[in-house]
Design a protein around this ligand. Structure first.
Ligand code: NDP
Length: 288
């Protein structure tokens, strides 16, 4: 279905910097057109310093809401009226819904990860999982898996920049959810191997292996990959990371971060419109 921009068209979009490379405008505008929803989605290059005034404009105008990317995901929180449980626990927001001037912050990155795991045959509820990393992507994925009923999550991170964030993440999961979480030094290969042996899902949420450093892997010893383990990467460039290749060579099912990106957008679309994004069309047009 096609529509033309009129006096009743509502807008929203992506706030952050940089945003010019983002797939989100294509995904959302194609979906609005396909479903005949009279909305548009644009990308706005906004730094953290200019975020407050921009959010105030989005609140006052007739927007349906907006997405946030770096460096705005944490900074936006002080401008919002309410947070979803996941956004509160993660401490970051990637989607805001504007309901008559009242702004509610959500985090759909973790939902996107869990949905992509489900599509690859992984059951989160009741599972034991190892998550590598403690940055934004790791927090979103780990918190959502904990909220979705994961039994135990082992976080492994370097003892560097984000070590204290990793400790906070483990404390939050243990305090606020039914899931048990623990923290390991990523360099402690003995403990890491034990955790991976007990897990059915390994989630690499570090940027190790992302282009251009495609020769890097966060798991130094590929013998830890076992039958029955699914190995996933939140990275989508390259489509197959070294970690995925080495796991695949040892018989593991693997998947990358492409559909995490797709399904975080689909979850935002549902929050704004109440309708399902036409994901098969979006996959075919932008993710194949
Ligand atoms: P952050 O900078 O917030 O966190 C990065 C994490 O990776 C930190 O824990 C960092 O540890 C760790 N890390 C970085 N390099 C290495 C390395 N060589 N070895 C071990 N650990 C390392 O980034 P994000 O969480 O935002 O992003 C992480 C990845 O996820 C990126 O590749 C990004 O593109 C991808 N991503 C994918 C999404 C999707 O939709 N598929 C959504 C969001 C992100 P330290 O702090 O010690 O450096």
């Amino acid at each position: 279905m096609q529509y033309t921009i009129s006096g009743t068209t509502r807008f929203g979009g992506l706030l952050g910097s940089p945003v010019a490379h983002s797939l989100s405008p294509a995904m959302h505008n194609t979906s609005f057109q396909e479903l005949g929803i009279n909305c548009v989605y644009l990308a706005f290059d906004v730094t953290a310093e200019r975020l407050k005034e921009t959010v105030s404009v989005f609140r006052q105008l007739n927007t349906y809401g907006f997405n946030l990317t770096m460096p705005c995901k944490k900074a936006v929180i002080e401008s919002l009226d309410e947070l979803s449980e996941a956004a509160r626990l993660i401490g970051a927001v990637n989607t805001v819904v504007n309901c008559g001037g009242r702004l509610t912050g959500h985090n759909t990155d973790g939902i996107g990860y869990v949905e992509s795991a489900r599509e690859n045959g992984v059951e989160i509820c009741g599972s034991e999982i190892t998550v590598l990393g403690a940055g934004g992507a790791a927090m979103a994925a780990a918190v959502q898996m904990a909220l979705d009923g994961a039994r135990r999550i082992h976080i492994a991170n370097r003892r560097t920049r984000s070590w204290s964030a990793a400790q906070d993440l483990v404390d939050t999961i243990n305090k606020e959810t039914q899931c048990e979480a623990d923290l390991t030094d990523l360099e402690d290969s003995t403990v890491l191997a034990r955790h991976i042996a007990d897990s059915s899902l390994l989630t690499n949420a570090t940027s190790a292996g992302m282009a251009p450093d495609t020769g890097v892997t966060p798991v130094k010893d590929p013998s830890v990959f076992h039958e029955g383990l699914t190995v996933s990467d939140v990275i989508y460039n390259p489509r197959q990371t070294r970690l995925m290749r080495e796991a695949s060579e040892r018989g593991c099912r693997t998947f990358n971060g492409m559909y995490m990106l797709l399904y975080q957008g689909a979850a935002a679309f549902r929050l704004w419109t109440g309708q399902d994004m036409p994901v098969e069309l979006i996959k075919e047009r932008y993710f194949s």
